[in-house]
Design a protein around this ligand. Structure first.
Ligand SMILES: *[C@@H]1O[C@H](CO)[C@@H](O)[C@H](O)[C@H]1NC(C)=O
Ligand SMILES: *[C@@H]1O[C@H](CO)[C@@H](O)[C@H](O)[C@H]1NC(C)=O
Length: 527
């Protein structure tokens, strides 16, 4: 059995400075600046304003970086934008919609130029605080775009991805366009397109010209091995694995999944926070819970065998979602916030990644992850042993039993893991950051484009009205709930630099070590 002393060095890896919560890091920087150099900052800003007033050319990105770099982190991106107070965003559908209805006539902001040297900038309004650095998982943006780092992305490359795409999305002079090739399962494409519209409304004037192909299916398709000598077609989708080079992008469920009654992430995460308050961890059932659709993968079929049965209690309580029955009653029995009644939650992949990951993590109950093979945009920020407990896919039932026994014996530590997983998903993956991830990814992608995107003949305008006005019922309800109501009033976070190959190696070995450690304990317990 694991000994506590042994455990703590591994367990409390979360205390390392590198994992200091974002807010405290930001506060630290600001605090230090305030106490020691406040006067200097004021002095310099006055001086700068004067200089800028005399010649706005002097006050470009370079000057600003030089001046700020003695006290604070230089901010590299988006500095050139003039931020004012946030403005309201409204949706006005015409009383009667016909095939001829003209949508999307609203004024839009032109895109920033993607040239590396920023244009002359006005004095930023909230100039004293640099935007904090984005969460670490944003660093994977650089990895996802690495295949095109040296070649750039040409129109031919983009168009070669067309046969794999459900739609092509373009931004030209701040306006968003879509060319739809085919419809996809349920409303995935609708809610994904809605996400793009919300991003454009939240950060008006930030989106550069771009042109991309998007696939809405589960399983990644662009195999790295097929493109050893030439760059792969750039294809956006919801997940990838170690063998594929698809570019990962937040999935539709962040804006809602009406067919199975999964609310948009923003209101749903609030509900889950409240549910966590209502049922304290100690009061929850001391078992591991799973509910879902077992039909989509062998792993899930397998998991059903771990359920309570005569003669065996693996500490698992698993439930198959009855889609037929639940479709009839509108999935009312699938209230996610009410699923936080157990002390442990099992996560098991579906056909590929699964949108259920975020709901599994948000309960303040340790998430037991059956070995995962796919990543979505944020999964790579998760560390086994810190945010979740690893479960062997080759010995699921025994492994789950061990995890639950361990947690019930070490309740403080189990609770800490539950909290850490929830903090990650509720704080570092809140909608604010989802939009900032999209913005940074698209900006970096646009920087690689070797051509100026032009409008394909069949592309149409994409805006609030063009997506929402024809919808009704629960689809409309979720669209309205996930609509960005105001433009952002602050700069996006600063994109952290790419990992060095050494850092990547360290991260990999750190994760592997944590998994090995649990396997060792299991081995000791089973013998
Ligand atoms: C739509 O209906 C409202 C009230 O029924 C009316 O006040 C408004 O003028 C109408 N708008 C248009 C564009 O017809
Ligand atoms: C697992 O066991 C519980 C309790 O006996 C039962 O209610 C549930 O339906 C079982 N799940 C499956 C998938 O059979």
């Amino acid at each position: 059995m694991p000994r506590d002393g042994n455990m703590s060095s591994w367990w409390w890896c979360g205390k390392e400075a590198a994992y200091e919560p974002l807010e405290s890091r930001a506060k630290g920087v600001v605090g230090a600046v305030q106490s020691s150099t406040k006067a200097l900052v004021v002095f310099f800003l006055v001086l700068l304003a004067l200089v800028a007033f005399i010649s706005s050319r002097w006050f470009d990105g370079t000057t600003f970086t030089m001046v700020t770099s003695w006290g604070q982190q230089p901010s590299r991106s988006h500095r050139r934008h003039h931020r004012s107070h946030s403005r309201r965003v409204t949706l006005t559908c015409p009383n009667q919609t016909t095939a001829q209805t003209q949508y999307c006539r609203r004024f839009t902001y032109p895109s920033p130029s993607v040239s590396p040297s920023p244009s002359p900038s006005p004095l930023p309004i909230a100039s004293s605080e640099p935007p904090p650095s984005c969460p670490d998982y944003f660093r994977w943006i650089h990895e996802d775009l690495r295949p095109w780092r040296s070649t750039g992305i040409t129109r031919e490359m983009v168009e070669s991805a067309q046969k794999l795409a459900a739609f092509r999305l373009l931004v030209i002079d701040g306006r968003v366009y879509v060319e739809q090739y085919h419809r996809v399962f349920q409303t995935r494409d609708l809610f994904t397109l809605w996400g793009f519209v919300q991003l454009a409304n939240r950060y008006p004037g930030y989106l550069p010209d771009l042109d991309l192909m998007f696939n809405c299916e589960d399983v990644p398709t662009v195999k790295a091995a097929d493109y050893k000598t030439s760059p792969p077609p750039p294809l956006f989708r919801y997940c990838k694995d170690d063998t594929t080079v698809d570019i990962v992008f937040p999935d539709w469920s962040f804006w809602g999944w009406p067919e199975i009654n999964i609310k948009p992430w923003e209101p749903l995460s609030e509900e889950m926070k409240e549910a966590n308050e209502r049922v304290k961890w100690e009061k929850r059932k001391p078992y591991a819970y799973w509910k879902g659709n077992p039909g989509v993968s062998r792993q899930r079929q397998d998991l059903l065998k771990c359920n309570l049965s005569t003669g065996h209690d693996w500490n698992a309580r698993v439930f198959a979602q009855n889609w037929e029955k639940e479709t009839q009653n509108g999935f009312k029995e699938s209230n996610l916030a009410e699923q936080c009644m157990y002390r442990y939650k099992i996560f098991v992949e579906g056909r590929a990644w699964s949108v259920s990951e975020k709901y599994t993590l948000a309960c303040d109950s340790p998430a037991l992850f059956v070995t995962t093979h796919f990543y979505d945009f944020m999964t790579r920020g998760l560390i086994p042993g810190r945010h979740y407990w690893p479960i062997r896919e080759t010995a699921k039932c025994r492994s789950i039993k061990f995890a639950v026994d361990w947690g019930n014996k070490h309740q403080k530590k189990a609770q800490a893991m539950g909290k850490e997983g929830s903090r990650f998903i509720l704080e570092e993956v809140k909608m604010d950051y989802v939009y900032q991830y999209m913005l940074h990814l698209l900006t970096e992608y646009a920087n690689l484009l070797r051509y100026k995107p032009t409008l394909p003949e069949k592309a149409t305008d994409l805006c609030l009205e063009s997506v929402a006005c024809r919808e009704q019922g629960r689809v409309k309800e979720f669209l309205m709930q996930s609509m960005v109501k105001r433009t952002s009033d602050s700069e996006p976070c600063d994109l952290p630099p790419a990992y060095t190959s050494r850092e990547l190696e360290e991260l990999r070995s750190r994760k592997a070590k944590a998994v090995k450690q649990v396997e060792k304990w299991e081995q000791e317990a089973w013998h």
